[in-house]
Design a protein around this ligand. Structure first.
Ligand SMILES: [Zn+2]
Length: 246
């Protein structure tokens, strides 16, 4: 049936639109409820409902504010398309109640990643949602002990790594602990490996293009988020393939 996936795609686009507000406001300490309306981040004028339709409005407005003509960040349509796409994928891949946990995980990963990209901070709230969703999910799967153990081991090892080396922040440490709980040992290794490889390639390309140099700080959170999503969808198939299983 296509009605439910379609419904989740629309919910994803609408939630993505809300996450854009969260991504903009939380690190700037602007309350989510005040002002209640969306506003242009350049001129401050309220955005009318017909200019606030997820994904579509950005293209209808040609990426510019109707009032001041200032460019609207491409982050807005990107977050909306990303949330809609992942909600669609999750709604097809998982049944209830795992589906709802997946949506919570995706939501906190998207908010965490885009805030980290801009502010170099990993929001504790997002990590906490990830950890709670992960523990609940693994409890449903009957793998609670293994999940808690993985989270604990990852937390300990990455804490030492952050303590004695530069480059890894304590936000990353907490995030990876939550990922360990959510993904279990194999899923976590898959996510960390994917995040590191894509992170290294991205840094290499940006250095080659002269956009950054070796000293530029690159947030790891967005790569860890991507690794987590890929792991949720592909790690079981990957390890199943390796061990000759289904
Ligand atoms: Zn404006």
């Amino acid at each position: 049936m296509w009605i439910e996936p379609l419904m989740w795609t629309i919910i994803g686009a609408v939630m993505g639109s809300f996450y854009n507000v969260v991504i903009y406001r939380l690190p700037r300490k602007i309350p989510l409820s005040n002002p209640r309306y969306s506003f242009c981040t350049s001129c401050g004028k309220p955005v009318e409902w017909y200019d606030n339709i997820p994904i579509l409005s950005y293209f209808l407005l040609k990426g510019k504010c109707r009032h001041c003509g200032e460019k609207i960040s491409p982050r807005y349509p990107i977050v909306e398309v990303l949330t809609a796409t992942l909600f669609l994928m999750g709604s097809i891949e998982y049944g209830y109640p795992e589906k709802l946990l997946y949506m919570a995980v995706i939501s906190s990963l998207i908010i965490m990643a885009f805030v980290d990209l801009e502010f170099y901070i990993i929001l504790d709230t997002c990590v906490a949602i990830l950890a709670v969703a992960g523990i609940t999910w693994k409890w449903l799967d009957g793998e609670l002990m293994q999940a808690l153990l993985t989270g604990g081991v990852v937390l300990g090892l990455t804490f030492l790594l952050a303590r004695f080396s530069r480059g890894l922040g304590y936000g990353d440490v907490k995030l990876m602990g939550a990922m360990g709980t959510l993904l279990g040992p194999y899923g976590f290794i898959f996510a960390l490996f994917t995040a590191s490889v894509v992170g290294a390639i991205t840094a290499g390309v940006l250095i080659a293009l002269g956009k950054i140099d070796l000293k530029t700080k690159i947030p790891f959170g967005p790569f860890l988020a991507m690794g987590t999503v890929l792991s949720l969808h592909f790690s079981k198939k990957f390890f199943g393939f390796l061990t000759g299983g289904v």
